[in-house]
Design a binder for this molecule. Structure first.
Ligand code: NI
Length: 395
């Protein structure tokens, strides 16, 4: 490690301009989840230029590269997601999206570029690399059921000991890296409720079963699950995000459609929530003479970082960057399909700061003006290369 560590900054410096130009190219040519055909081809073609890599295409829009090092060691998988979002970009820089209504508004362009830069450096250092590094260029993080589970099912983690991944993170200032053992990102579940009343004339409510009045009670009472029925130290979000009913001001509608999301970390709590919700829906509707349907769909599993991997990662990052750079990551109730890998092998997902208020880089992920401070890109590359050497060394 020592020899590489002393030269590491020079290796990173040598790929920075490539990484930035790859990121800008990808930013200008975004593709939606499961449709990343040009992106995957770009990644494949770029990897072909590095040498020493064994390439494969486990699904139509993903790419995996294997690099077998010259020294004994473990097998580390490093993942980057590649998909964009159905958002119309409002940035006006030169490399803004050329596809109307599609935008890299989450930083996945940067993730892909950083992993390409990492593959380039490590392929040059093959003789010194312990073990094997498997580069996972994953499709479809943004759209459930997600690309990660497809890649796991395709066997990309067979023989892998540990997995890591980065999210460029706007809430964290550039220059910082956030690592955390345990819960980092939540399980994003969704629900649909139909309140079934009886429609009629708005002037004669007594002859109807008013689905709007009952639906409003359902929304209000669902909030009591988080505030009154769950331990306040056990994080849970229950948000009603759509409420649709009615067609005219003199008609009481017969039904209301309600949808929303539930976010949780603790798997046991996640299992309890649907029954708690249905009890409220059943109780409120039956109290008012209405009927209901209720369905609950589980999304990605929570991102729960393995304590041992997180600790080894933190230690090697502190060695490479210094104590002041490596901070405790703040958990978020957002979801990530990186969890699919962690259910299979121990892993850690971590944040590389990409926000910069002085440069106006403050917009949140998924905003039409989201962007990242490109100074974050070489930090991500250096973190990945450092981790590849440190985590693959056999203890
Ligand atoms: Ni993302």
């Amino acid at each position: 490690m020592t020899m590489v560590a002393s030269n590491l900054d020079a290796y990173v410096d040598a790929v920075v301009s490539d990484v930035v130009s790859w990121r800008r190219y990808l930013h200008a040519h975004p593709e939606l989840s499961f449709q990343e055909e040009r992106t995957a081809q770009f990644v494949y073609d770029t990897l072909c230029g590095f040498g020493n890599l064994i390439l494969s295409r486990p699904t139509k829009t993903s790419v995996v590269a294997r690099l077998v090092g010259g020294r004994p060691g473990g097998v580390l998988a490093i993942r980057a997601d590649m998909d964009a979002l159905p958002i119309r970009e409002e940035n006006d820089f030169e490399f803004r999206s050329t596809v109307d209504g599609v935008m890299h508004a989450c930083g996945h362009d940067g993730h892909t570029a950083m992993l390409l830069g990492t593959a380039k450096i490590l392929s040059e250092l093959q003789a010194e690399l312990p073990g094997e590094v498997r580069f996972l260029f994953q499709h479809a993080e943004e759209l459930f059921p997600g690309g990660a589970q497809e890649l796991v099912d395709a066997g990309v983690l067979d023989g892998v000991d540990q997995v890591i991944g980065i999210h460029l993170w706007a809430p964290l200032e550039v220059g910082k890296i956030g690592v955390r053992a345990g819960a980092l990102m939540a399980a994003p579940d969704t629900f649909e409720i139909t309140v079934i009343g009886k429609g009629g004339h708005a002037a004669q409510p007594h002859l109807t079963v008013d689905a709007i009045a009952i639906g409003a009670q359902v929304v209000t009472n669902l909030q009591h699950i988080v505030s009154r029925q769950v331990d306040p130290l056990d994080p849970l979000v229950l948000s009603v995000t759509t409420f649709h009913a009615g067609t005219a001001d003199n008609v009481i509608p017969g039904t209301v459609e309600i949808t929303g999301t539930v976010r949780s970390f603790r798997p046991d709590l996640r299992e309890e929530v649907p029954a708690l919700m249905e009890r409220v829906v059943r109780g409120i509707t039956s109290a008012h003479g209405a009927d209901y349907t209720f369905s609950y769909t589980k999304g990605y599993r929570p991102v729960l970082n393995d304590a041992a991997v997180a600790e080894r990662l933190r230690a090697c990052l502190v060695d490479a960057f210094g104590e002041a750079v490596v901070v405790d990551a703040t958990p978020t109730m957002g979801g990530e399909d990186f969890s699919a890998y962690q259910w299979r092998v121990p892993g850690t997902f971590f944040f590389v700061g990409a926000g910069n208020p002085e440069q106006g880089i403050t917009y949140p992920h998924h905003h039409p003006r989201f962007t990242v401070d490109e100074a974050a890109l070489p930090m991500g590359v250096k973190a990945f290369v450092t981790a590849a050497f440190a985590l693959n060394r056999q203890e």
